[in-house]
Design a protein around this ligand. Structure first.
Ligand SMILES: *Cc1c(COP(=O)(O)O)cnc(C)c1O
Length: 457
C-alpha cells in the first residue's frame, strides 16, 4: 500500500483512488494500516491523540483541513477512514458518540412525517427511539414487520408513498433470526417509493457480514460492541458506499449540526481496537461454535440458537451472508477440521460471530441459577468484548418489552444469551458445562467441585 496516497486522502477527504487502493489489501491489513499511517512530522507509527478543539488558520479560511473539532478532528477523521475501508463496499465513514446517537442522526435525516419499515425484533433502544422520540418529534411512523418470514406481497404492501427507509438487523437480538438482505434490497428497489435499506451490522461486525456488498445503502454499527471490542468505549458509526455522496454529505452535515460526536481519545481507542478485529472475530466465532456444540450435546438444554450450527433453520442463509473475507476464513477453518485435526468436525457448522442464545431445560429459576453459577461468563448486559458475558433477555436487555410481545418474539424465561469472548475455548466449554449442571441439578453439584480459576495456563 502507498502511505503517501493514504496521507493525501487523509488531508483531502475521501479520495476514490486511495479508497480503491485501500480496498485491494486484505481485511486485517486494512484494519491495521488504513487511517494509521506513520506521522509525517515525527515518524510515530501510531497516530497521536489530538485534543485541540480549534486549529490555526494561515489566512481567513486557509487551513490544513481542520477548523473546529466538532466539525472534524484528526483522530475521528482517521477512524472514519478505517471504518470506510473495513466495512467492505464503503467509501464514507461517519462516527457518532454512541450507536443510539447514530440511530437518532440517521432518523432525523428523514425529515418530518416520513414512514419507515423496521424488522420487528429490532434493538430495544432503536425501537424506543422510533416509537417514543422520532414519532413525537418528527411524526415518524414505523411499521414493524417480521422480515424473516413475511412473504414478498406482505413486505411490498407495507411500503407507502412516503416510506423512506427499511431498517434491518440481522441476526436479530436475542433470538438470532436471519434476514435475507439481498431479498429485502430487491423488494425495496422494485417499489416506486424505492426506500433506502439500512443494516445495523453490530452483531456481525464488518468482519463476518458486508451488507453494502449485498446492496444495502447504509450500514450502522454500535462500535461499543465488537468493533472497539474491549468494553471501554461507547460509540457508533454509519458507513456508506461511493455512490451515496450526497446522502453522506447530508449525514455529515447532521453530524456537525446535531453535534453528537465522539471524543478524540475514544476515536483513538476504537481505532486501536480495530487493529485486532479480524483476530478477535475469528476466535469469537470458533469459540462460539464450540460452546454452541457443547450446549447442543447437553441434556440440560432444550434448544440452542447459533446460525453457524448445521441445525439452525437458516444455516444456509448464514453461509450465504458471510463477507468474502469471512467466507475465506470459514472455508479454510472447515478444511482443517474435516481433515481430522479437530474432533468436532463431524458435527458440522461453521463460525458465525460470537453470539449464542439457548433455552435451558426448566424456567426462570434454572436460567438464573445458570447465570450465577458461571465462573468466566460475567452476568452483564452488552456484548462483543474480549471477555465472555451472559444475560437473561426477558429480565435484562428486553425487560421493557411487554410479556405478550416477548412471547411472540420467543423471549421466554428460560432463554439465556451468551456473548462468547476470546478466552481459551476449553475453559469456556467447561464453564458452561459446570454451570448447566449446577443450574439443573443443584443438589448433586456445587461450585466448589469446580477446579480453580486459572488452572490451565
Ligand atoms: C448496543 C446496540 C445499539 C446501541 O448502541 P449504543 O452504542 O449502546 O448506543 C444499537 N444496535 C445494536 C444491535 C446494539 O447491539
Amino acid at each position: 500500500m502507498s502511505p503517501a496516497l493514504l496521507t493525501d486522502s487523509h488531508i483531502a477527504g475521501v479520495d476514490s483512488v486511495a479508497v480503491k487502493i485501500a480496498h485491494q489489501n486484505g481485511f486485517g491489513t486494512r484494519a491495521i494500516h488504513v487511517g494509521s499511517e506513520p506521522n509525517p512530522e515525527t515518524g510515530a507509527v501510531i497516530p497521536p491523540i489530538s485534543l485541540a478543539t480549534t486549529y490555526k488558520q494561515d489566512a481567513i479560511g486557509v487551513h490544513k483541513g481542520f477548523e473546529y473539532s466538532r466539525s472534524d478532528n484528526p483522530n475521528r477523521h482517521a477512524l472514519e477512514e478505517t471504518l470506510a475501508s473495513i466495512e467492505a463496499g464503503g467509501a464514507y465513514g461517519i462516527a457518532l458518540s454512541s450507536g443510539s446517537a447514530t440511530t437518532a442522526t440517521v432518523l432525523s435525516s428523514l425529515g418530518p412525517n416520513a414512514h419507515i419499515i423496521s424488522v420487528n425484533d429490532v434493538y430495544g433502544g432503536t425501537f424506543r427511539y422510533m416509537t417514543k422520540v422520532a414519532k413525537i418529534n418528527q411524526g415518524l411512523e414505523t411499521t414493524f414487520v417480521d422480515l424473516e418470514n413475511a412473504d414478498d406481497d406482505t413486505i411490498l404492501a407495507a411500503i407507502r408513498p412516503n416510506t423512506k427507509l427499511i431498517w434491518i438487523e440481522s441476526p436479530t437480538n436475542p433470538t438470532l433470526r436471519l434476514i435475507d438482505i439481498p431479498r429485502i434490497v430487491s423488494l425495496a428497489r422494485s417499489h416506486p417509493s424505492s426506500p433506502l435499506v439500512l443494516v445495523d451490522n453490530t452483531f456481525m461486525s464488518p468482519f463476518y457480514q458486508s451488507p453494502l456488498l449485498q446492496g444495502a445503502d447504509i450500514v450502522m454499527h454500535s462500535l461499543t460492541k465488537y468493533v472497539n471490542g474491549h468494553s471501554d468505549v461507547v460509540m457508533g458509526a454509519l458507513i456508506l458506499p461511493p455512490h451515496h455522496t450526497s446522502l453522506a454529505e447530508k449525514l455529515r452535515f447532521l453530524q456537525n449540526a446535531i453535534g453528537a460526536i465522539p471524543s478524540p481519545y475514544d476515536c483513538w481507542l476504537a481505532q486501536r481496537g480495530i487493529k485486532t478485529l479480524h483476530l478477535r472475530m475469528k476466535t469469537h466465532g470458533t469459540n462460539a461454535l464450540a460452546v454452541a456444540q457443547a450446549l447442543q450435546r447437553s441434556p440440560y438444554v432444550e434448544e440452542v440458537i447459533y446460525p453457524g450450527l448445521a441445525s439452525h433453520p437458516r444455516n444456509k442463509l448464514a453461509y450465504r451472508s458471510l463477507s468474502p473475507h469471512a467466507r475465506k476464513f470459514v472455508d479454510s477453518y472447515n478444511r482443517i477440521r474435516r481433515s481430522g485435526a479437530l474432533e468436532d468436525a463431524d458435527e458440522g457448522g461453521f463460525p458465525f460471530g460470537g453470539m449464542i442464545s439457548f433455552r435451558i431445560r426448566g424456567g426462570a429459576e434454572e436460567a438464573e441459577r445458570f447465570l450465577t453459577s458461571t465462573r468466566l461468563f460475567t452476568l452483564a448486559e452488552s456484548l462483543g468484548g474480549v471477555e465472555s458475558l451472559a444475560e437473561h433477555p426477558a429480565k435484562m436487555t428486553h425487560g421493557s418489552i411487554p410479556e405478550a410481545e416477548r412471547a411472540i418474539l420467543g423471549i421466554g424465561d428460560n432463554l439465556v444469551r451468551l456473548s462468547v469472548g476470546i478466552e481459551e475455548v476449553e475453559d469456556l466449554v467447561a464453564d458452561v458445562e459446570q454451570a448447566l449442571l449446577a443450574a439443573t441439578s443443584p443438589l448433586t453439584s456445587s461450585r466448589s467441585s469446580v477446579s480453580d480459576f486459572n488452572v490451565s495456563d
